[in-house]
Design a protein around this ligand. Sequence first.
Ligand SMILES: *Cc1c(COP(=O)(O)O)cnc(C)c1O
Length: 352
Amino acid sequence: MSNYLDKRLKGLQPYVPGEQLRGRKIIKLNTNESPFPPAPGVRTAVEREIDSLSLYPDISGGSLMTGLAAWLGVGRENVFAGNGSDEILAFLFQGFCPNGAVFADLTYGFYSVYAELYHVDTEIIPLKEDFTIDVKDYANAGRTIFIANPNAPTGIALSRNEVEEIVKSNRDTLVVIDEAYVHFGAESCVSLLEKYDNLMVVGTFSKSRSLAGARLGYAVSSRELIADLERIKFSFNPYNINQMTMAAGTASLSDQDYFDECCVKIADIRSNCISELQSLGFVCTNSSANFVFVRHQARQAQELYLALKEQNILVRWFNKPRIDNYLRISIGSDRDMAVLVEALKVILQVKA
Ligand SMILES: *Cc1c(COP(=O)(O)O)cnc(C)c1O
């Protein structure tokens, strides 16, 4: 640390992203990226933008924002776009936690990092023993609530009714539902926005739209909350979405069939993968996401993580209390998962 860093940031522990190894023959199942390419229309849409790269991006968000609003079934004034949903979450921790924040002990790692970065006082609510959320724990929370639904890294989702119960029991407090994985099999809470003005739904193009490298996320909420987010954005970086990403997002939104097809494929591969893993002695959570969260009945997760890595298969192992015997494995292509299962059979010395 230099002498010039704000002392309050001395203890800041940055987010640790999954390893990004490229170039080698790696099967990468550690950061929940999509195994599929972006929608076919994305390539030409991005190429077309090259000629206008000498200009600043369209500040109104143009067709990206109208496309987003139409897809979500809300008005243009109810949506906001961010440089990844991480940027939106950062804005929320920075500006929307007047009484602090509350979130689960096991959830998306960035919540605690942003809380630290922006000096937000935090209350942590442990998940139940089976990693589910007890909705009653969140009644009258008194602080801004952050819930990843489906949760990461467990993949377990609350139903829309359960989320509604939380939103209803916190009428004076903002509830943020992070739906990064919702389209792989959980219920979106966007439709609750008609009834509740203390709800914000955050989503991303990184997982279900195969655009993690483009950095595009969105928030849906009341006109007033979106206007507040815009105020923060315009005080920080008015051009938060670059022109090529806007074009990529718009092209992705215009191909609903491709989106649906990719989400269905992931859900199918996930259920096959769960059966295979169970037959190898793994216990799996009930995941609605594009990853599974598993532990083996006889073998240590860290050992399996290292053995897989030796075979160029990257999965995620968290050296954290309660989950250090679990692996989070992203859903890859059919072939990726077949290679994974074969490697595990060898490691576990299971006879074919
Ligand atoms: C991946 C992820 C995000 C961040 O997505 P970006 O849009 O790529 O910044 C947010 N929340 C959760 C729970 C995630 O898993």
